[in-house]
Every structure is written in C-alpha cells, then in structure tokens.
Design a protein around this ligand. Structure first.
Ligand code: MF3
Ligand code: CO
Ligand code: CO
Length: 260
C-alpha cells in the first residue's frame, strides 16, 4: 500500500487534533512533581481530553491497553502503564505520551519531563533525545527520503555515545493510529520511500544511556532497557509540506519553529 497523501480537509483536521494533543502536554506539566502518581496523571489527562477538549484518548482500550496515556519512568522505554502505586520522586524522568482522536483523526506526541531537580545524566540524555528528534524533523522535505530521518537521528545520538532503540519506531498517522510507513530512528540517507507533501507521520526516537537492548515485561506492554539504565523519548506528529515540514503537535516550549 502506498503512503497516504492527505487532502486539505484531512490536513486541517490533523492540525486541529495535533493542537489538542500539544495543549494536553502543556496542561499536564504543572502536575509532574515529586509525590504525584502516574495513575493521577492519567486521570487528569483523561478528564481533560474527554470533558474539556471533547476528544477521545486513543490509547484507552487500544489493543487492550488499560489507560488513557503512557507514562514511562526512568528505565521504561515506552508504553508504561499508569498506576496509583507508581509515585514519582525527585530526579526521576518520565515520558508522557498522549494520543487524541478528534473528528476521526489522531494526534500523537510525547515529551520526557524531569521530576524536580535533574541529575547530570538524566539532563544530558533527555536533551540529546529532544535534539535528535529535532534533527529528524529538520530532515523532512519533499523529495527527501524516509531514511534521511533515521540517519541523522542515529548519527547524532551515537556521537554522544548513546544507543538507539531499534524495536519500536515512528509511524504514519491519520484516521489510522499506527499506519504505514514505519519511521525508523536509524538508517541510511537516500533510502526508503520518497517524502511527498501531504504525508503525515510521527518521529519518536527512544535513546538509551546504556546498551540498546530492550525487553517486554509480562504485562505485555511495558518495555524496559535490559540493563535497566536510563532511557528517554520525544515524539511529534509532522506533515510534509511543499517547503519542508510542519510540526502538527508543536508546543510553546518547543525550541524549533513549527514550519519551514
Ligand atoms: N502513543 C504511542 C505511540 O507513539 C502508542 C501507544 S499505544 C498504547 O505510537 F496502546 F500503548 F497506548
Ligand atoms: Co505516542
Ligand atoms: Co506514535
């Protein structure tokens, strides 16, 4: 199946739901403090999505996922399940991944928050991962190739002596949550499908402080680093435009521009 090209109406709806997802991460920031549980963060996001944004939390019941957001703390790579037993403490890092549905379209974005005061490694890993995502986004332009994105992400992260998680990737997104293509966070320049205006997909690198290997916990969702070292992730939903990219889930705290 070829990669879907969105028309003007679909792009408008992707912009609208992307803005809601971005707003949700801005909203939750003040609650990410030592002492809060990830279960509480899930309830706040759920209620905000449903009652304030009149949108649907896509993760809830998606392939049996039990909560409305993913919360991945410290050595948890992705798909962490919020719990009332998981209390955040000073110095933890937590990725909060939100996906909303509005008018049938999905907006998917995540950010790694530092709880309280950062330690040096947590700070460096988190910033490197955000910067790697930005470099991937800046590689998006019509006529470029999907492999250009993975190439710059891998080169940058490995230069800082971090490792890239290979088992999970970004994805096409629209009416379908996880659509084609797979957006790898490693690879070679000039390889893969050509990027064309109207394509929408996520870029969501997971970068580890230790080895690249991951394992799935018996709950069949939580992915952790095998060596239990720290890991970070950032995610945006992007649109390929005539001139480059547009970040559909752009927030006020983003340090690159929404569009080129
Ligand atoms: N939001 C995640 C992603 O970036 C997917 C979460 S699926 C869930 O693709 F079921 F775990 F919520
Ligand atoms: Co996500
Ligand atoms: Co995603």
């Amino acid at each position: 199946m070829p990669i879907e090209i969105k028309d003007a109406d679909a792009i408008e709806k992707m912009r609208a739901v992307g803005a809601l997802a971005a707003e949700q991460l801005e909203m939750i920031e003040e609650y990410v403090q030592p002492g809060v549980t990830t279960g509480e963060l899930d309830r706040i996001c759920h209620d905000y999505t449903v009652n304030k944004q009149n949108a649907i939390p896509a993760p809830l019941n998606y392939r049996g996922f039990p909560k409305s957001i993913c919360t991945s703390v410290n050595h948890v790579v992705c798909h962490g399940i919020p719990s009332d037993d998981k209390v955040l403490k000073n110095g933890d890092i937590v990725n909060i991944d939100v996906t909303l549905i509005k008018d049938e379209y999905h907006g998917d974005t995540s950010k790694t928050f530092i709880v309280g005061e950062a330690n040096v490694m947590a700070d460096r890993l988190t910033k490197t991962c955000q910067e790697a995502m930005y470099l991937g986004i800046q590689a998006v332009k019509p006529g470029g190739h999907l492999g250009d994105i993975g190439h710059v992400i891998q080169r940058f992260a490995e230069k800082q002596r971090f490792t890239i998680v290979k088992e999970y990737c970004g994805h096409g997104i629209g009416k379908v949550f996880h659509d084609e293509p797979q957006v790898l966070h490693y690879g070679k320049k000039g390889t893969g499908p050509e990027l064309k205006p109207g394509m929408t997909f996520t870029i969501e690198p997971m970068i580890n402080a230790g080895k690249a290997a991951v394992k799935l916990l018996p709950d069949q969702w939580t992915v952790v680093t095998k060596d239990h070292k720290l890991t970070a992730q950032w995610e945006h939903t992007v649109l390929v435009t005539d001139t480059g990219y547009e970040i559909l889930t752009h927030r006020k705290d983003d340090t690159i521009k929404r569009c080129t």
